[in-house]
Design a protein around this ligand. Structure first.
Ligand code: 6PG
Length: 469
């Protein structure tokens, strides 16, 4: 690269996400340069980019940094973990005060806090910006969740707003809060993603086993749901997945895919941190556990041969589909409710000052959990900004109340037929517990006091009590 062009934006890590993101930046009129150690990745970007004055790439880090206008805006799209620290150290040798580094990966939020504090001392602005939407999102418009300094955000805002997905013209990006606010929101986005994916999979299983649905019928059902209040990226792609033919055999590809779930950790971090915060997110927890259970394929096969399953209860197909639609809607709403509840508490605990209406709005397009219902969710938080849980929102009380009888019937049907619906049933249990003013925790408290003198409080008077049981 021998051009003397000054570039507006730099991107490190030219894998498929990075390459697509930088091409998106260039398409939007910003001159962009990429850096990667691999000459092949550099060549691939140059080839796809066309005009080298608009988008270029290099394997030389100094050349990359020197070609950027000040303050430099450098985004990292490299695997989360030690590589991020390594790249930051290498960059520090070349960049100057006031420059901006954006980590666009799924970094753990505590790592982002540590990096932000370290770089702030060196007067470098650091952003943790979750990017959602996969490779296609990066190319055509992702949802971006940035957190960091408000001042520095002004510098990157034009680029982010140009490249982000648009929902009815509004960019799906917003400044979310200080420090790791962006990474934290992206982590919870992924927790919700795990929950919604597990749910869509459970309904697929139920419709197959109880309704006897073929892949074509499943495709048609999910497609129809996607035209209504369940409109969402995950329901839409499921409908397409059911139809995909297997190029290596006769039949549908889905039927040949091994049922062992893999994960990279963000869903697990959401659950772990929810436990630390004391906020219940059982639909997300069970979705993480189901990836673990699914991975025990050999043990499951053994156990399958040791136990008999109950007879499948038959159900009229049309009635079943209606019950499923209402139940999936209910479970989707509750999954968002749990994730947003966690965000509300995290915002208090970590000082993020999150606006949950804004968070819900930037999820309406571009990201994996985009769904029509996010418009109603955003409006609910707009109307009642201090809302602790969507279950308590005026709009959703009516909707959930209408849907819950179907959920009860479906959970019972699945249980008596031996079809596992762990996410749906734990969603219902969560709802029943959250909406119950009197839980049997009095017995647990009594037991704690009985064996460990842990004390208890009373309903009828103030104070802390202990009894010699
Ligand atoms: C997104 C996704 C993405 C995530 C994958 C894989 O918003 O585009 O959340 O960032 O990395 O979904 O996650 P798992 O491998 O943990 O399933």
């Amino acid at each position: 690269m021998h051009s003397k062009t000054t570039f507006d934006f730099g991107l490190i890590g030219l894998g498929v996400m990075g390459r697509n993101f930088i091409l998106n930046v260039a398409d939007n009129g910003f001159k962009a340069i990429g850096y990667d150690l691999s000459q092949d990745q550099v060549n691939a970007l140059r080839e796809e980019g066309g005009n080298p004055e608009q988008v270029n790439a290099t394997t030389n880090l100094k050349e990359f940094v020197d070609s950027l206008s000040l303050p430099r805006k450098i985004m990292l799209l490299v695997p989360a973990g030690p590589i991020v620290d390594k790249v930051i150290e290498q960059l520090l040798a070349h960049i100057s005060e006031g420059d901006i580094i954006v980590d666009g990966g799924n970094s753990f939020f505590e790592d982002t806090d540590r990096r932000e504090a370290y770089l702030r001392e060196k007067k470098i602005n650091f952003f943790g910006a979750g990017v959602s939407g996969g490779a296609e999102g990066a190319r055509k418009g992702p949802s971006i969740m940035p957190g960091g300094s408000t001042e520095a955000y002004k510098e990157i805002q034009p680029v982010f707003e140009a490249v982000a997905a648009k929902y009815k013209g509004a960019p799906c990006v917003a400044y979310l809060g200080p420090k790791s606010a962006g990474n934290y929101v992206k982590m919870v986005h992924n927790g919700i993603e795990y929950g919604l994916m597990q749910l869509t999979a459970e309904f697929y299983d139920l419709l197959q086993r109880i309704g006897g649905f073929s892949n074509d019928q499943l495709a048609e059902t999910y497609n129809r749901w996607n035209q209504g209040r369940l409109q969402s990226f995950l329901v839409e792609i499921s409908s397409e997945i059911f139809q995909k033919e297997d190029e290596l055999g006769s039949g549908r590809l889905l039927d040949q895919i091994l049922d062992k779930g893999k994960q990279k950790g963000t869903g697990k971090w959401t659950s772990q941190n929810a436990m630390d915060l004391g906020i219940p997110v059982p639909t997300i927890d069970i979705a993480v556990s189901m990836r673990a259970i699914s991975a025990l394929k050999q043990e499951r096969l053994k156990a399958d041969s040791l136990y008999s399953r109950p007879t499948i209860q038959k159900k009229d197909a049309a009635e079943l589909v209606d019950m499923c639609e209402a139940s999936l809607y209910f479970a989707f709403v509750i999954t968002y409710a749990q994730g947003l509840h966690q965000l509300a508490e995290a915002s208090r605990e970590y000082g993020y000052q999150l606006n949950l209406a804004v968070v819900s709005r930037i999820w309406r397009a571009g990201c994996i959990i985009r769904a029509g219902m996010l418009e109603d969710i955003a409006n609910a938080f707009e109307k009642e900004p201090g809302l602790p849980n969507l279950i308590l929102s005026e709009h959703f009380i009516g909707e959930l109340q209408k849907a819950v009888p179907s959920v009860r019937q479906l959970v019972a049907l699945a249980a008596t037929s031996g079809v596992p619906m762990p996410a749906l049933s734990s969603t219902l249990s969560y709802f029943d517990s959250y909406t119950d003013g009197r839980l049997p925790m009095n017995l647990v408290q009594a037991q704690r006091d009985y064996f460990g003198s842990h004390t208890y409080e009373r309903l009828d008077r103030e104070g802390t009590f202990h009894t010699e049981w």
